[in-house]
Ligand binder design. Structure first.
Ligand SMILES: Nc1ncnc2c1ncn2[C@@H]1O[C@H](COP(=O)(O)OP(=O)(O)OP(=O)(O)O)[C@@H](O)[C@H]1O
Length: 233
C-alpha cells in the first residue's frame, strides 16, 4: 500500500514546465530514490509533497490525504537542500525547538549522538562545516518520528565515514517501517539504499525499477545516461 501516490503531476513556472506528467509511488518501509539531471524537477516534486508548492494539475496523495493538510504534515519530515536555519542558533537549541513542535518526538540527545552532532552541539549553525550542517538538517527531518521523510540530497558534501553512517541510519529507519523518498546524484547511494529508483528527466519519469532491473544492461550510471537527455529542462 503506497504512502504516496503522484499521478500525472504538472507544474509550470512561467514557460518553464518543471513537472510534466510526473507519476510515481512511494511505499512504507522502503527507500524510493529519484535520480535526474540538474533542473529535472526533483526538488519541485518534494516541495509539492510537503505543501510548499501546489501542482497545476494531476493528483498527489500522501497517506490518502492532501499534501500540506493538518492530518498529513505531522506525519512527514523534510530535509531540504538548504534550510535557512537561524544563523546564530546552536544545533542543540534548534533541535530542542523543533522537537517541541511534535507530540512524540525522538529524544534530542539520542538523535544528536546517533548523527555525531554532540561534538558541535553548542556551536552556532553558521560556523558549522557543510557536512555538520547536513547532519543537523537530517536530524531536523527525523526528530518528529515521521512516517514518511523527504531527503533532498542527504549525503551531498559528507565525508565517506559520515556518508556511511547516514546510510546506516537511513537503512535502520527504513527497516523500522518509515518511508524514505530521497533525491541523489550519487549512484552508489542509490545502489546502497534504494528499493525502487525513478529516473526523472524534464519533469517526468523516464525509467523505473529496482537497481537490479535498471542495471541488467550496464551500470546505474549507464541507465541514468540512457534515460536522461542532457538538455537542461
Ligand atoms: N520558484 C521557481 N520559479 C521559477 N522556476 C523554478 C522555480 N522552482 C524551480 N524552478 C525551475 O524548475 C526546474 C526544476 O527545478 P528543480 O529545483 O525541481 O530541479 P532539481 O531536479 O531538483 O535539480 P537539482 O538536481 O539541480 O537540485 C528548473 O528549471 C528550475 O529553474
Amino acid at each position: 500500500m503506497p504512502v504516496l501516490t503522484a499521478r500525472d503531476l504538472r507544474l509550470s513556472f512561467g514557460r518553464k514546465q518543471a513537472l510534466d506528467g510526473l507519476t510515481l509511488d512511494a511505499e512504507a518501509g522502503a527507500v524510493t530514490a529519484l535520480l535526474g539531471p540538474n533542473g529535472a524537477g526533483k526538488t519541485t516534486f518534494i516541495r509539492c509533497c510537503t505543501g510548499l508548492a501546489t501542482p497545476d494539475g494531476g493528483e498527489l496523495r500522501l497517506f490518502d490525504g492532501e499534501p500540506g493538510s493538518p492530518e498529513v504534515l505531522p506525519r512527514i519530515g523534510l530535509m531540504p537542500q538548504t534550510t535557512g536555519a537561524w544563523s546564530g542558533i546552536t544545533p542543540a537549541r534548534l533541535l530542542t525547538y523543533l522537537a517541541r513542535l511534535y507530540a512524540t518526538p525522538q529524544p534530542v540527545d539520542e538523535l544528536m549522538t546517533l548523527l555525531g552532532i554532540d561534538d558541535f552541539a553548542t556551536t552556532a549553525y553558521r560556523r558549522l562545516s557543510g557536512g555538520q550542517q547536513q547532519a543537523v538538517n537530517l536530524a531536523g527531518a527525523l526528530v518528529g518520528r515521521p512516517d514518511l521523510v523527504f531527503l533532498d540530497e542527504p549525503s551531498a558534501g559528507l565525508d565517506p565515514r559520515s556518508r556511511r553512517a547516514t546510510w546506516e541510519l537511513l537503512a535502520r529507519i527504513r527497516d523500522d517501517g518509515v518511508g524514505i523518498l530521497l533525491t541523489t546524484h550519487d549512484m552508489h547511494e542509490a545502489e546502497a539504499l534504494a528499493d525502487r529508483v525513478y529516473i526523472v528527466d524534464r519533469g517526468r519519469v523516464t525509467a523505473e525499477g529496482t537497481v537490479e532491473e535498471l542495471t541488467v544492461d550496464g551500470s546505474l550510471e549507464d541507465a541514468f545516461l540512457t534515460h536522461t537527455s542532457g538538455d537542461r529542462a
